[in-house]
Design a binder for this molecule. Structure first.
Ligand code: ADP
Ligand code: MG
Length: 554
């Protein structure tokens, strides 16, 4: 074989593959162009999962008629001119490749001002005057018709269509000031108000019930919405993260978010987030990936911290689970969870006329949980100003103890009690080594542990919370967890393990004093809506709902 330069059309089709690997990529590039043009309205239309038609109409600044053909050439852009510009990119586009790439693998018509061009497989086929439009209209037809290999790599129609939707949803959430409309096969699938209210945009995208379960994040340069622990999903699909309103994928920052939800969500559950990091354009390099989806931070570690601080601050506002007819507890808007309680909506009140304002009037005052008793030897029943509260005694106690232990591991005073009879705990060599290695942590928790040969330790004192009868099991588990955990979450895992082995169990009978003490501790502790494993600690049956159920609304 001799070496030859590729024909431009072939070279362009190859290059196009990097930018436009699926219909959703076309949607993304066109919407980005509209947003860069300052559009306040963007309408996206999709047919045949984007293969038949993708049309994006905007009311942005438009393209000057004489530049219309130029815009479709590779490396033609109005957004950067110099290398210096490239270091401080503040637009979504900057490579000047998108329109050329799209045109290389489809048939495109673009209208702006009073002009239009038509390009097929990279060749300009028509050029001329057209009916004037306010901004820009780009129509992409027969996508990948001339690149059968790419066509074969597409997933099912449903998947490709969903990917297109997701792109528009992402921008609709991040650009709440822009009115988005998405038509799929002629039917409206999304419409946002464009009034700048992000929560309202979230309502349009996720549904109003889910949007009501989002908490505001605003601090440390991070803004947006994150879900309450009681709203979660079974995949990471609901996590949207952006830098300067550009959606990005970042393993590390994704992990930063997930880590904040440790102790709030059960394993395998993920939050819904819309988070935007406002960064100086000079401190992030967006020019590292053809689709601009990956970025490089100059100081990733400090950004990791920013994300965690802001999300954690929001999570302190978490609300407890409610058995509520209007807003179902633990619901998942998009993929309902198997086994979740099915809660039926209460029938409407027969007499809507109310003599009293519908306040939380008749419950006891204050946020105090007043114990009423224990049921099934596992749940405490209490009442509060909000309603009847059911408390999972084990989960609640776990949370209380977990917070105690964490505080001690962070340098708080230890609270230790000597054992009347020291206990010997048999260990495997790894665990025995962990006892030595983590000696300071064990002491901080309140343990006094001595080496006792190569395969055992003697426990002379324990944390005050750990019942004497459970010391052996607790110590062995704690050391096993310390052996297994990664350094970054060893402290949390250790605290959770010890909390689990020290807490009252489901099935333990608690007397009135114990009930009262546990409820009070629960109320005083932070992040008390879930246990350290993310399971709920309590469930509230609202007074209002109770009354509605018994038709006492008048
Ligand atoms: P880039 O966005 O990286 O500059 P594109 O190939 O996406 O490259 O677009 C090329 C140029 O065409 C843009 O720089 C912009 O000047 C112009 N353009 C494209 N789409 C629009 C639009 N919807 N409104 C106004 N100008 C547009
Ligand atoms: Mg662009």
């Amino acid at each position: 074989m001799t070496i030859r330069l590729l024909a431009p059309q072939v070279a362009d089709a190859i290059a196009a593959g990097e930018v436009v690997e699926r219909p959703a990529a076309v949607v993304k590039e066109l919407v980005e162009n509209s947003l860069d043009a300052g559009a306040r309205r963007v309408t996206v239309e999709i047919r045949g999962a984007g293969r038949t038609l993708i049309r994006v109409v905007d009311d942005g600044s438009g393209i000057p008629p004489q530049d219309l053909g130029l815009a479709f050439q590779r490396h033609a852009t109005s957004k950067v001119a110099s290398l210096e510009d490239l270091r401080r990119i503040s637009t979504l586009g900057f490579r000047g490749e998108a329109l050329a790439s799209v045109a290389a693998v489809s048939e495109v018509e673009c209208r702006s001002g009073g002009a239009r061009v038509r390009i097929r497989a990279g060749e300009l086929t028509e050029e001329g005057a057209a009916m004037p439009v306010p901004g820009t209209v780009v129509e992409v037809r027969d996508l990948f018709a001339n690149t059968p290999a790419r066509l074969r790599f597409l997933k099912t129609e449903a998947t490709e269509q969903a990917a297109c939707l997701k792109v528009v949803q992402g921008y609709a959430l991040l650009y709440a000031g822009v009115r988005f409309e998405l038509l799929v096969e002629g039917r409206a699938s999304l419409r946002t108000a464009g009034d700048g209210d992000q929560r309202r945009a979230a309502g349009a995208v996720l549904g109003s019930e889910a949007a009501a379960e989002l908490m505001t994040v605003d601090g440390d340069g991070v803004r947006g919405l994150v879900s309450q622990p009681r709203l979660s999903r079974g995949s990471r699909e609901g996590i949207l993260l952006a830098v300067n309103r550009r959606p990005i994928s970042s393993r590390s920052l994704g992990y930063a978010i997930e880590e904040c939800y440790l102790g709030f969500l059960e394993k395998g559950r993920y939050p819904i987030t819309v988070l935007d990091l406002g960064l100086d354009p000079g401190s992030v390099d967006v020019n590292v990936h053809p689709t601009k989806r990956e970025v490089r931070f100059h100081d990733e570690r400090s950004i990791f911290g920013q994300v965690q601080r802001s999300v954690r601050a929001a999570l302190t506002q978490s609300q407890p689970y409610r058995l509520d007819s209007a807003r179902t507890a633990a619901f998942d808007p998009l993929s309902p969870r198997l086994g979740a309680p099915v809660l039926h909506e209460a029938p409407p009140p027969m007499f809507a006329v109310s003599s009293k304002p519908p306040a939380l009037a008749d419950g006891p005052a204050g946020g105090v949980l007043r114990p009423l008793g224990q049921v099934l030897e596992g749940y405490l029943v209490a009442e509060s100003a909000e309603g009847v509260v059911l408390v999972d005694q084990h989960a609640a106690h776990e949370r209380v103890l977990y917070n105690h232990f964490l505080a001690r591991l962070a340098g708080g005073p230890a609270a230790s009690q000597p054992l009347l009879l020291p206990e010997t705990v048999e260990l495997d060599p790894g665990e025995a080594a962990a006892a030595t290695e983590h000696g300071e942590r064990l002491a901080a928790l309140g343990f006094e542990v001595q080496e006792f040969g190569p395969r055992a330790v003697r426990v002379l004192a324990t944390p005050v919370e750990t019942p004497a009868g459970r010391v052996v099991e607790a110590v062995r588990e704690l050391l096993a967890v310390m052996v297994d955990s990664r350094p970054q979450d060893l402290v949390e895992k250790a605290a959770a393990s010890l909390a689990c082995h020290s807490a009252v169990r489901f099935g333990d009978r608690l007397d009135a004093t114990e009930q009262r003490r546990l409820l009070q501790e629960l109320e005083e502790t932070q992040n008390s809506v879930t246990c350290p494993h993310g399971r709920p600690t309590r469930l509230i049956l609202d007074w209002q709902d109770l009354k509605r159920h018994f038709r006492r609304n008048y």
